[in-house]
Design a protein around this ligand. Structure first.
Ligand code: DHB
Length: 316
């Protein structure tokens, strides 16, 4: 089940998604952090932040809306406490960073780049919960590329920089091309999509932050379409698929569309063992199709029917 993404080896293709379990501590009663693909940490900013007004989460049909506002301990505490803890667990830490300006990303990169044990850096340029929509860098190819190149400069060459893209764009391929041009090593696709829910009693927006990021199975076809389009345009670019993955087959869909690995997020709220369980289920799905490794199925959905060596008939 080992995979390589942008030059880094992971024990399985199934990682946690950023934002659903801080730095992973609360998952330890439910799974072995060293046995899953990687722990992608909640996006950390330069300073500690208390986040947005409550309520911050609301359930929607097959999904979840959240507006946390990048609550977190700030980079100093993260590097002093959380990262060393993750390294001690034997986990592969993928550190997610978020900044409000180019300078902040550059400074975060410089500090993360000096810390030991970082497997990869995921650059959150697509947080939906910022005061100013102009700060969603991933919605502008030029700004997205500038953030990635500012980050890349601070990170040692052997540590990949993954750009986390937003699905809230007209042409995701243009953004993907821009960030690769800016120096990204690969893409995490996709972040949440902007949504809104109304409280039935007050008839006001249900979230304190008014709008929020929609995640969960509701966005899986949207995420899958994004992965498909980018793989079709740039099959050599490493992609990590994210969006409503809940089962091994969901993960397999993303691999077939072109992802080399996947992340599981919202599913951990009702099953905290999800990242381990999805990997187990994916192993069975691959065996059922006589695939010897996850690599064998990456992008198969793009090949003409009947041209892959995978077992053609799968009885469900
Ligand atoms: C937050 C950040 C995200 O990137 C996201 O998709 C959803 C919520 C936040 O901290 O508010």
């Amino acid at each position: 089940m080992t995979v390589e993404v942008a030059g880094v080896r992971y024990p399985t293709p199934v990682m946690t998604a950023s934002g659903c379990a801080a730095a992973g501590r609360e998952l330890t009663p439910f799974l072995d952090l060293a046995a899953i693909g990687a722990v992608v940490t909640k996006s950390v900013m330069l300073d500690a932040r208390s986040g947005r007004a409550t309520p911050r989460m609301v359930e929607t049909p097959s999904g979840m809306l959240n507006s946390i506002g990048l609550q977190g301990p700030g980079i100093d505490t993260f590097l002093a406490d959380d990262l060393p803890w993750l390294v001690k667990q034997g986990a592969q830490p993928v550190v997610s960073i978020a900044g409000g300006s180019l300078g902040e990303y550059a400074e975060l990169a410089r500090r993360v780049g000096m810390a030991p044990g970082v497997a990869a850096v995921e650059v959150n340029i697509s947080c939906p919960n910022v005061e100013n929509r102009g700060l969603v860098f991933a919605c502008d190819p030029f700004q997205a590329a500038r953030v990635i190149s500012a980050t890349r400069r601070g990170i040692p060459k052997d540590i990949p920089v993954l750009a986390k893209l937003s699905p809230d764009v007209t042409d995701i391929v243009t953004v993907a091309e821009a960030v690769m041009e800016g120096g990204a090593s690969g893409l995490s696709m996709v972040n949440t999509t902007l949504g809104l829910a109304i409280d039935p009693v007050t008839l006001r927006p249900a979230l304190g932050g008014v709008t929020g990021g929609l995640s969960g199975p509701a966005i899986r076809p949207l995420a899958l379409r994004c992965v498909w389009q980018v793989y079709a345009a740039m099959p050599e670019v490493p992609i990590i698929g994210i969006g409503g993955i809940r089962t091994g087959f969901d993960a397999l869909e993303f691999l077939a569309a072109g992802a080399s690995a996947v992340q599981v997020g919202t599913s951990t709220f009702h099953d905290p063992s999800s990242p381990a369980r999805v990997a187990d289920e994916l192993r069975s799905e691959l065996a059922l199709r006589a695939a010897v490794s996850p690599r064998e199925v990456v992008g198969v959905a793009h090949r003409p029917a009947g041209t892959s060596a995978l077992r053609a008939e799968v009885s469900m």
